[in-house]
Ligand binder design. Structure first.
Ligand code: SF4
Length: 337
């Protein structure tokens, strides 16, 4: 088993099953995530325990095939042990280093504006392959990651258990200790997954890729809306916000003439009402098959103003990485094609 895929509780159980003190799990987490150990020989256990760990776990990380780096953004193309590829992105921001991780090879959801959605889903990533993206970034760029978006290739709630374990490993005390509020899981709208996520003891943040304020348009842009229409999605998002006592982010990519008109902004404000949601406006990033255009700055500002006037919290995402094809919706791991 790969050591980067094991949660603290599973590692404690492993030690118990071997007749060892479960407190050793915290020492392992401290060594691999804080002290950057690359082998069990670096931890200081007895020879017997070290050999046992060395036999039962491996330390391998995904192999870096390509590295692109430009000012505030970097992207790694990684090869997994079965020859599949994924991409992961680092954004160097004023307040820390954030990464965007992938959760699947390809994606089954087929959102029309998304390059990743053009690659059919090949498989889910294992927990260690998601954690491995973070570890590869930290090692390659010598940075400490302080924020994580689960927003790369794939739909996280279509790989729920591995994403859940990923969050447990990242937030574990004595490990990376990234706070729950610094990790955001973004879904295209799998309502069952949102409700299950809301009921976790310590969920991280939730973002929903909304991108349209009515069912007709949303179903055109995002096929998942035919299965889970807006009324069900909004009610699940509200359930999360009330259960976890957290504000939900609604991601909204601005597509010129499609979803960016003043009427759309008003519809969106009415849809949100008094709920504890806010809107993150994302400028569209061109992809290969472009039937969409970027909205003008004026159109975006008008949309922003209407939301504000209606008392809706709204932010505009800074554009990161479009020159590296590392921005939202642009990840593809082209080798997968
Ligand atoms: S936006 Fe997300 S869910 Fe939709 S196709 Fe792209 S990767 Fe999949």
């Amino acid at each position: 088993m790969n050591i980067f895929g094991i949660t603290p509780s599973a590692l404690s159980e492993y030690f118990i099953s071997k007749g060892e003190n479960p407190a050793k799990a915290a020492l392992v987490f401290d060594a691999i995530y804080r002290k950057k150990a690359t082998s069990f020989y670096d931890i200081g256990f007895s020879e017997r325990v070290t050999e046992m760990l060395q036999k039962d776990f491996d330390f391998s990380l995904p192999q870096i095939i390509e590295k692109l780096d430009s000012n505030d953004t970097a992207k790694l193309l990684l090869r997994l042990t079965d020859g599949e590829y994924v991409e992961t992105v680092l954004m160097r921001q004023k307040f820390g280093n954030c990464i965007c991780v992938s959760t699947q090879v390809g994606c089954a959801m087929g959102c029309r504006f998304c390059q990743s959605g053009r690659l059919k889903k090949r498989r889910n990533l294992f927990t260690h392959e998601i954690v491995g993206q973070l570890m590869a970034i930290q090692k390659e760029f010598d940075v400490k990651v302080t924020g994580v978006s689960v927003m790369g290739i794939g739909e996280p709630f279509d790989n729920f258990d591995n994403v859940k374990r990923f969050c447990e490993i990242l937030t574990a005390p004595k490990g990376l200790e990234i706070g729950e509020k610094h990790i955001t899981v973004s879904t295209c709208g799998l309502v069952d997954g949102i409700r299950r996520y809301a009921e976790l003891p310590h969920p991280c943040n939730l973002a929903i890729s909304l991108h349209a304020p009515d069912d007709e348009l949303r179903s055109e842009l995002m096929p998942i809306n035919k299965k889970y229409p807006l009324s069900e999605l909004i009610s699940a998002a509200e359930y999360f916000s009330l259960t976890a006592n957290r504000r939900v982010t609604l991601e909204y990519i601005m597509l010129s003439g499609i979803n960016d008109l003043p009427g759309h902004a008003q519809q969106l404000a009415d849809l949100i009402g008094k709920r504890n949601f806010y809107v993150n406006i994302i400028p569209y990033n061109p992809t290969d098959a472009d039937c969409f255009q970027k909205s003008s700055r004026e159109r975006i500002m008008a949309f922003y103003d209407i939301l504000k006037k209606n008392g809706i919290g709204v932010t505009m995402r800074r554009e990161f990485g479009s020159e590296l094809k590392a921005a939202c919706g642009q990840l593809s791991a082209e080798q997968t094609k």
